[in-house]
Structure formats: C-alpha cells, structure tokens
Design a protein around this ligand. Structure first.
Ligand code: CA
Ligand code: CA
Length: 589
C-alpha cells in the first residue's frame, strides 16, 4: 500500500511538472482568483482590477522616486487597415496577456516577449450599428475561457490556449441597433453582460449565462414595465419577475422602445452580494415626448446576481433631456463616521455630479459637482434629485412656430458628459477618487422623431463646444467625504481613458495626445510621461512578474469624441489613429 501510494505521489508530481513545463496549459481562472484579484499582484483577471472596480494595486515598487526609470519593454501592434479607438483594459494571467482591439478582435500575447500567441477576429456583418466607434473594452476570464462581446451583439467564449470558439450566443439583434462594447463580468459561475444601443430605441437589458456552457441563466430588462426571466436549460422557469408597472413613469407606449442601455461593465460587491449596473439615456432624447421619470433610465441599479432581481435603484437624471447616460461605474468603498463603518459607493455621472450612495440600500448620502460648470440644474435636493433649471432644457418642437425645431439652449456639461465611459479609480491610501473629466458645453435643440427599427432615435440636434481655450480634460482628485477637489491636472484634449492607482502613490492614465502619464497621487505632480505614438483612450493596468512591476496600456486614438464632438472634434482632428499595446517596467537593477 505504502509503495503504491508513493508511486501515486510520484505520478502526481510528474504531472504537475509536466503542466509547469507546458507553461500556461494547466492554469485556469477560478472564482477565488476573481474575488481576490485586487490583492493578488501577479495577475489581473477582472475588468476593474478587482470586482469592486477600485483600480487600485497594492504594488509599490514603481513610485514617485523610481518611476523615472520606467521604460517600455515591448509594444505589440493590433495591425489591420482599420484602426480606430482602442478602449480595452488588458488582462494578465500566468504570463499571458488577453487584450481586445477595435472591430471585435482579441489577442493573446506572451507578456515576457510581446510575441503573439493567437488572434481572434469576429466576422462582423455589414449592418452593425455602433453609435460611438467600433471599440471594445476588454474580456472576462473564467476557467479556461476568454469571453467577450461583439459589435453584432454576440457573446463569444474562446479557449484561452488556442483562441478557438468554445461557445457563442446571440445576446440581441444587431439589426435593431444592439451592440456590445463593454467587458463582461463573471460572478459565481455566470457571465453577465449588458448591451449598447440607447441611440436606436433599444430596450436595455442585462443578461447572465452559465459561463462554462453559455446557457442563458437570467435576463433583466432595464426599462420599467418589461418582465425579467430566470431560465433552466434554456427554458423560462420563473415567468415575469416584474420590472415595475408598464407606463407608470412613461407615457403611452414609449416604454416599449425606452433605451436605458446598460452599456458599461458592471461592478460587484461581495460584501453585499450585489451587482451594480448603470443605465443610459431614455429614448428618444427629446424629453417632451415622454413626461415622467422614465425609470430605469439614467440610473444605477443593484441587481441580485443569482436571478437579476432589482434590489434597489437610484436615478441620477430623472426625465433626462440631455443624453446624460447614468452608466458610470459604481465603486464600493468603506469609510468611518462616528465610530461606524459606512458601506458606501461612489459614482461620477455624465450630468456633472458625483454621488456617494449607501451601497446596501441605494440611499443617497451626499452629492456634489465634480465639474466647474453645470447649467441644467442648480443643485441636488436632500434625496439627491436634481433641482432643474428649466431654461436649460431644450425646448418642445411642437411649441415652435413651424413645429420642426424647439428652442436651442446652452447646456453644460455637454452630452458627452462631465465624465463619460472612462473609469475612475479609488485609493484606499489617500481616500481619494481619481476622476477623468471634461469641461465642455453644448448647443442642443429638439426635433420631432418617430421610432423606426434600426434607425437613430434621438429627436435632437447639438454642437459641442469647449468651455475653456487652454484645456478640456481635467483629471481630478476628489474627496468623497468633503466633496472637495484636492488637486487637478488639466489637459488640452478631452480625457477619454481610465485611471489606475497604486500603493506606490501614483495615478496612471493616458491622453489623446499619446502620453502615458503618472502623477503623484497625493499632490497631482507629474512624475512620468511617455508618448505611445497614438492617442490613449484605454485604461492602464499593473502587475508583477519575476519580482518586477509592470504597467501596460493600449494606444489608439478614437472613440466618441472625433465622431460626435462638434467644435471639440475640430480641435483634436490632427491626432493620428493607431492600434497597439505597450508594456513598461522599472528594472530590478
Ligand atoms: Ca490579481
Ligand atoms: Ca446615450
């Protein structure tokens, strides 16, 4: 028996070393890896560098003293004749980087050498309708799968070693204006995705699939009145989990094409077991057609990750008339007050206000502006509801002389938002949020519109203008307790990439001018910059390998600004496109 056991032991250790020799073949991403991502510095396996989305790394080898020695290790081209915006956050696991690129492409790269391991190109149909560039924001990793969403609204799971398709699901109909650009999230074995398409009158929804098999698990619409479902073996087992009363906060039939697209990656808080989802504008933009709050548009929703039930909701812009999508990430953080721990969450909205909510129940704790100019409202009431400035709401076209155009108003922020998609980060060390924001305003007016499947459904026209001559972008360090801006770093072009911060007291981010920059997290002082050759609209990550700290960021100018930016687009039209991913480190010496 003893001998037999010994042989068994030998066989096991031989197997283990064989797996090690095979490099990455044995390692998969577990539930544990996802839950612990923030603290495990050898890998980055979640979008957000942790499910709560704080984008904070405990690594400190790269700090204000050493960062001047940081230099590129390799750069990898995404290739292709078509480039456009590169908004991906890369992932790193066991020596392999997984990064998406424009036009629904995925690359696996050896992080030591920068060599390509495999490439996957989604075959996109001609009729895709991405509103805001052909971007993709990253993958989800689970088990031996690399999962991502495509511009034709499919969810695709690839084998991590070969790049071959394991399963593929149609989440929604691209011909009706649906697409997917956000990275999915995996919670408790389910891969969860939202959809884009708020500018086409889609019905927003969040859908969960069994991550291993791709079988649908639940579906939760984000427009009040639509029913949600739980599935077993592809069949509805629980019919009609109510999403509220049809027509209650919407007039007539408008809820049927109400938008509220949840088009960004969700965050998850294991503490409360809640999935936090942001929803986009109500459709159409012309608010005079849809009196009422138009739930659950421009809101944050807390969902039960097991069945998609809405546990609480907080609407940042009820009856939105300015395209103030409420999609922005809700980042969990704790703070002490009167000897008690407050389980809070922070979010910076397109509408220009920063909100601190109780993440257990969605109650409003406080809110404050994080941009210099807000005209559409004069403040927030004690429940966090905006106090509207009706003079800043674009006019009703049917009230005009010919019925074709309502009054034009000047509104700030512009519809591209005080903050748009680009994720902010939170530091446990400084207690500050690092918010990529922009100072701009717009002329906006309403026009008549009727819903037609697969056509733009705005009922509005607009031109965006910079508010200041010398800068649009402002990276702000915001204190969520006092509501004060602690420091700011201004940038000529609008900021369109995310931030990441470290225990090394640095905040990393990129600019459309091409620079990867590192600022002192306490003071905002510039400590490092390197030009990557095209604009950065992606989000940096950091990890350690062989005892050295690395940083990586995607480079490639594009996104919504050149397409929708009006006068701002003219200001940045000289910026060149690209498509690459850069890796940096500080050598051990
Ligand atoms: Ca990790
Ligand atoms: Ca929108």
């Amino acid at each position: 028996m003893r001998k037999h056991g010994h042989i068994k032991g030998l066989a096991l250790s031989t197997l283990v070393s064989a797996l090690c020799l095979a490099g990455t073949a044995g390692a998969t991403v577990t539930e544990e890896d996802l839950l612990n991502d923030q603290d495990t510095t050898g890998d980055v396996v979640t979008n957000g560098m942790g499910l709560q989305g704080q984008r904070y790394s405990p690594l400190d080898a790269i700090n204000p003293d050493t960062v001047k020695k940081m230099h590129p290790v390799w750069a990898f081209s995404f290739g292709g004749e078509k480039q456009r915006g590169q908004e991906s956050q890369p992932m790193v696991k066991d020596g392999v980087m997984y990064v998406t690129a424009s036009y629904s492409r995925v690359f696996a790269i050896d992080v030591k050498t920068g060599d390509e391991l495999w490439q996957y190109d989604a075959r996109l149909p001609d009729g895709i309708m991405p509103c805001c560039d052909v971007i993709n924001r990253g993958v989800a990793l689970y088990d031996d799968l690399v999962i991502f969403g495509t511009l034709d609204a499919k969810l695709v799971a690839l084998n991590k070693d070969t790049g071959k398709t394991v399963w593929k699901k149609t989440v929604a109909d691209y011909k009706a204006g649906y697409s997917i650009t956000a990275a999915p999230t995996v919670i408790k074995g389910k891969v969860i995705t939202g959809i884009s398409g708020g500018e086409f009158g889609v019905v927003g929804k969040v859908v969960a699939y069994d991550a291993k098999t791709g079988k649908i698990a639940w579906m939760r619409p984000t427009v009040e009145g639509h029913m949600g479902y739980v599935y077993e073996d592809g069949k509805e087992i629980e019919n009609g989990i109510s999403g509220g009363e049809a027509g209650k906060t919407w007039p007539g039939d408008l809820w049927k094409t109400g938008g509220a697209a949840p088009w960004l990656t969700q965050t998850y808080d294991p503490d409360t077991d809640l999935l936090f989802v942001g929803t986009g504008n109500p459709a159409p933009w012309n608010s005079h057609m849809r009196p009422g709050d138009n739930l659950f548009s421009s809101s944050r929703l807390a969902l039960d990750p097991d069945d998609g039930k809405i546990v609480w909701h907080f609407q940042t812009t009820p009856h939105d008339g300015w395209d103030y999508d409420g999609v922005n990430e809700l980042i969990s953080f704790d703070y002490e007050e009167n000897g008690k721990t407050v389980k809070a969450a922070g979010t910076a909205d397109r509408n220009g206000y920063f909100y601190v909510l109780n993440r257990e129940n969605g109650e409003f704790i406080r809110g404050f502006p994080f941009v210099d100019k807000i005209t559409w409202s004069t403040g927030l009431d004690e429940n966090g509801r905006p106090i509207y400035n009706e003079a800043s709401r674009p006019g009703d076209p049917s009230a005009g002389e010919d019925g074709n155009k309502g009054n034009t108003v000047v509104a700030a922020p512009a519809f591209l938002g005080g903050k748009n998609w680009m994720p902010m980060s939170y530091s446990k060390d400084t207690g500050l949020f690092y918010v990529p924001s922009n100072e701009w305003q717009m002329d906006i007016w309403n026009e008549p519109i009727a819903y037609k499947q697969g056509a733009a459904y705005l009922g509005a026209g607009f031109t965006i203008h910079p508010t200041n001559e010398d800068y649009i972008g402002v990276l702000r360090a915001m204190d969520p307790i006092t509501g004060k801006e602690v420091w700011r770093y201004t940038n000529y072009a609008p900021l369109w990439g995310g931030t990441m911060n470290t225990a090394g007291n640095l905040v990393f981010f990129g600019t459309p001018e091409g620079y990867l920059k590192a600022l002192d997290a306490k003071t905002g002082e510039l400590k490092y910059e390197f030009n990557t050759g095209s604009g950065i609209v992606g989000t940096p990550i950091t990890w350690e390998m062989d005892g050295e700290q690395y940083v990586a960021v995607a480079s490639g100018w594009g996104g919504a600004v050149p397409l929708w930016g009006g006068e701002v687009a003219k200001r940045v039209k000289h910026l060149n496109q690209g498509g690459s991913i850069w890796a940096f480190k500080v050598p051990k010496d």
